[in-house]
Design a protein around this ligand. Sequence first.
Ligand code: NAP
Ligand code: 8YV
Length: 322
Amino acid sequence: MSDAEILMFSPMLPIVEKTLAEKLTLHRLWTMDDPESFLADKAANIKGIAYGGHTPLTANMIDRFPNLEIIANFGVGYDAVDAVHAGTKSIVVTNTPDVLTDEVADTAMGLTLMTVRELSAAERHLRAGKWLQGAYPLTRGTMSGRTMGILGLGRIGQAIARRAEAFGVKIAYHRRTRQDDIAWDYYDSPEALAAACDILMIVLPGTPQTHHLVDAKVLAALGPDGIVINIGRGSVIDEEALVKALQDGTIRSAGLDVFEHEPSVPDALIAMDHVVLLPHVGSASIHTRDGMGKLVADNIIAWFETGKPLTPVPETPVPAAT
Ligand code: NAP
Ligand code: 8YV
């Protein structure tokens, strides 16, 4: 086995630390008395980074490790890591696809039901003792017979589509590449998709191209009965435009698991009772997070044992293991 030294910046799940520490030398930066002097003295020894959280791992930070070979990101979305820069330095970046797809799709459906049928507001009505004064008002929202427009029909988007179909919901989608083997209706822009659906389901990665892809124009196209759900990345929605659209009735409601400046959530959103807000819990079960953590460690181990990472991202210049 390799004697490669691996660095972790902040605590990760026990499965990640245990699996890596059993096979490689693991340094835990957050436990050190003087992390800066460790970086100054030992950065050249570090060949792998196990990375969690959403704080950016910038080009400058990557460049502090002249012999770095692999960055294994905890999460399928790797927007926190400058993978383009890593690619130019022949550093492999890996992510955690597939192992979380079902969990995130389940969360997306829960969030959709909560928002469309106002379930959290209805529960608050009961808990506040208001049922004794009268029933919770009928919701204008319903699922069956409505159209869900999926913005980003990748692994998770397709898993959501299959679930939504079981609720009697019609599916439409937009992504950059139309899928000839998929029968669902394709729209060639986010705006056209929004105009054609009742529920706009965002499952996009956070990239420069998706930044504020859902803006005031897209929200206007969704219309006054429209509901937006975001399970992808907060940066995809122009949050200021969303707040305005909710306040002035341009759209009816929103269900959000992700935000532009997590963990900060605008007070204006918190003040709206009919909007559903979750603290980025899409994949947050022990089962699924352990699967993601195992994949982080297995990617690093596979790289040092075989030279082939299990799940490299497209910016990565090496073939994946077969
Ligand atoms: P995926 O399989 O790569 O799907 C991403 C989809 O987005 C693809 O269909 C891609 O299609 C489309 N896309 C990318 N850029 C686009 C653009 N500029 N315009 C239109 N479509 C674009 O990824 P996944 O596994 O489904 O995960 C999707 C994202 O969900 C992750 O990147 C992550 O940010 C987020 N996520 C959130 C949670 C949570 O806890 N809330 C959990 C897991 C994942 P084309 O390439 O054809 O455009
Ligand atoms: C994780 C996610 O919670 O995989 C992703 O892209 O957003 C979530 O599954 C997150 O990346 C870890 O904090």
